[in-house]
Design a protein around this ligand. Structure first.
Ligand code: 8YV
Length: 315
């Protein structure tokens, strides 16, 4: 039997590619010089798309693939996949929830600690001889015992909150409704109020059209000159222009960001600021988790082509 053809939207680790190429004809759109010509050449045969969270699949692409049956996302976020276009065409979509939750939460906590204790500057202080020349490193802010807000208490938000409990922090959260599993945490529905009650505000909610800029100028200003914003979700959840202005003016104390609009081509204004920690969208980036994500992508594709139930369907 001939192998089904799949369209790969961006590079996967070699260990995944080897496995995919064993079972499928893999068409790598990201290597094509002329993407439109590449799609036109293979369109009729493509039955699946394997993509990444941040790359997704646009309506324009989906419409060009008449044989498309399924899109498997390497990532929990599927906001970059046009679900309306998929529904119209009866295309199924899967993602990789759960397997990445703990690593994403870990990175969020690490970003809070690194930024609050000034560890990037402290490293520089040692390496550039400032320690020898100037002595003690400037004092930074404590983390333990302070107030944390979690915007979006889903799987990742909950794991962030659990970890924050280990720092004896006062934890509040915002979500569509109060969660029964949020023991010992205060529910504050309004994100502005949540920010007002937080020293550290974690953005952990799944992105959609409805959550676009949920971290508004008002939220950022409520967090204030002593506050820190930590984003391990999607850039679209934050009004990035308002964030930049607040970081520049000091209306917001600091930020720790793993995601950016137009990433990896982030706004250069971020790089001129020393009150922001920038990370290259790698919250799920451990070998263990990425292997589990790749396996789930493949298992979903295999289930689809075997006519079995999808393991982790979105639609
Ligand atoms: C990326 C992510 O998919 O899970 C998500 O939604 O954005 C990430 O895990 C990962 O960086 C691979 O591109």
């Amino acid at each position: 039997m001939s192998k089904p053809e799949i369209l790969l939207m961006g590079p996967y680790p070699d260990w995944d590619l080897v496995e995919l190429e064993d079972r499928y004809v893999v068409r790598k759109i990201f290597e094509a010089e002329d993407r439109d010509a590449f799609v036109a050449q293979h369109a009729g045969a493509i039955r699946a798309i394997a993509t990444r969270g941040e790359l997704g699949a646009s309506a324009a692409l989906i419409e060009k693939l008449p044989s498309l049956e399924v899109i498997s996302v390497y990532g929990v976020g599927y906001d970059a996949v046009d679900l309306d276009a998929c529904r119209k065409r009866g295309v199924r979509v899967t993602n990789t929830p759960d397997v990445l939750t703990n690593d994403v939460a870990d990175l969020g906590i690490a970003m809070m600690l690194v930024q609050s204790r000034g560890m990037i500057g402290a490293e520089r202080w040692v390496r550039d001889g400032s320690w020898m020349a100037n002595g003690l490193y400037p004092l930074k802010r404590r983390v333990w015992g302070r107030r944390a807000g979690v915007l979006g208490l889903g799987r990742i938000g909950f794991e962030v909150a659990k970890r924050l409990g280990g720092f004896d922090m006062e934890i509040a959260y915002s979500d569509i409704e109060a969660k029964s599993y949020a023991q010992g945490m205060t529910f504050i529905a309004d994100p502005v109020e949540l920010a007002r009650h937080s020293d550290f505000l974690f953005v952990t909610l799944a992105a959609s059209a409805a959550t676009r800029h949920i971290v508004s100028r008002a939220v950022i200003e409520a967090l204030g000159p002593e506050g820190m914003l930590i984003n391990i979700s999607r850039a679209s959840n934050i009004d990035e222009e308002a964030l930049l202005e607040a970081l520049e003016s000091g209306a917001l104390g600091s930020a720790a960001l793993d995601v950016f609009e137009k990433e990896p081509n982030l706004d250069p204004r971020f790089l001129a600021l020393d009150n922001v920690l920038v990370q290259p969208h790698h919250a799920s980036g451990t070998i263990e988790t990425r292997k589990a994500m790749g396996k789930l992508v493949r298992d979903n594709l295999a289930a689809h082509f075997a006519g079995a139930a999808l393991l982790t369907p979105v639609i």
